[in-house]
Design a protein around this ligand. Structure first.
Ligand code: GDD
Ligand code: MG
Length: 323
């Protein structure tokens, strides 16, 4: 069985980070998003197909130097084809029932149970669903009591959303779905799903956690979910009367001296946080140096950045990457 990973977006809401690396390679708890997704795909899937254009070389290099332990096929997508067009573009690699997974989501979805559900329902397509308070930035599905999807609308106005159940970005599809995708740029959600409703499209709800890492808030939120409630501090990394509030992680070889860390701080390897500074609700990627008396709140600091003494960084993404 094949799985198609959708990672071709340009990650515009995460600039300037995504000038350096494509969104799927952004680390969440020190592990690139795409590896979280690949690790969640059951072993029944023997090949993961990745249509990609934006920063293909960076992705190629990463996967070569960190082989994920299963066959990965990168397929060229020189111009973005949309979520449907990208799938159509890899048609020749798909030999039967297949999975499509958005590569920017951190989730507890059990993909094997999802596949079982799809097979039991016997529809042409099944999609995973997650409840949210405001469904307007997502695709919204309405279910009947048999879990059949009766309506689907991509990014409705908040007042027009007919349910709180959103498309969680994993699809189990019959090969026949490919015949409903036209040529060129096609949105799976806007153009293909509505055509499948008559053919039997089902929605699979699950428990646990789900977060789309398309924004700064959500990349930080994904760390917060995965950190749980505790404090994980590597030995010898905290000194000089530093306080670490849960949930927080301070990784190996980081040096935190006389600073306040957390709640909600993820400090990557080889970061240095200086005296009287505080880091809260924020992610520091590798090798960040924070001087003294700095205040970092709700922010992502990219690898290698030096934060000068006394700086205040609130709700920002700071990176040296340029367009
Ligand atoms: N290959 C390729 N080509 N991939 C693409 C393209 C493209 O042209 N456009 C987007 N993608 C990839 C993105 O990299 C991402 O992993 C996934 O497809 C979804 O695109 P996003 O741009 O992140 O869409 P979204 O988050 O606004 O909405 C989608 O995901 C939501 C759940 O996270 C939709 O599927 C919504 O219905 C859904 O609720
Ligand atoms: Mg997204």
């Amino acid at each position: 069985m094949k799985a198609v990973l959708l990672v071709g977006g340009m990650g515009t809401r995460l600039r300037p980070l995504t000038y350096r690396i494509p969104k799927p390679l952004l680390p969440v708890m020190g592990k690139p998003l795409i590896m979280h997704v690949i690790d969640s795909i059951p072993s029944e899937v023997d090949e993961v197909i990745i249509p990609i254009g934006y920063k293909r070389d960076v992705m190629d290099e990463y996967l070569k130097s960190h082989p994920p332990g299963r066959k990965i096929t990168l397929v060229d997508e020189p111009e973005p084809l949309g979520t449907g067009g990208a799938v159509k573009n890899v048609e020749e690699h798909i030999d039967g029932q297949f999975l499509v997974i958005n590569g920017d989501v951190i989730t507890s979805l059990d993909v094997a149970s999802f596949l079982k559900f799809h097979r039991a329902k016997g529809g042409i397509a099944s999609i995973s669903l997650w409840p949210v308070e405001d469904p307007s930035p997502f695709g919204v599905a309405q279910l009947d009591p048999e879990s059949r999807i009766t309506r689907f609308q991509e990014k409705p106005k908040r007042e027009e959303a007919f349910s709180k159940l959103i498309n969680a970005g994993a699809y189990a599809l019959e090969r026949e779905v490919l015949s409903y995708i036209g040529d060129g740029f096609v949105s799976m959600e806007r153009e293909v799903f509505p055509k499948l409703l008559d053919k039997g499209m089902y929605g699979f709800q699950f428990d646990g956690h789900w977060i789309d890492c398309g924004t700064r808030e959500n990349v930080i939120g994904a760390h917060r979910i995965l950190m749980g409630d505790g404090v994980k501090v590597s030995r010898n990394s905290v000194s000089g009367g530093a306080a670490v509030h849960p949930p927080s992680v301070v990784c190996d070889e980081a040096v935190v001296a006389g600073a306040v860390i957390g709640p909600g701080a993820y400090i990557s390897p080889r970061c240095v946080v200086g005296p009287m500074s505080s880091v809260e609700g924020s992610v520091l990627y590798d090798d960040v140096r924070v001087g003294t008396r700095c205040r970092i709140v709700d922010s992502i600091i990219d690898q290698g950045v030096s934060v000068p003494d006394g700086a205040e960084i609130i709700s920002e993404i700071v990176s040296r990457a340029k367009q």
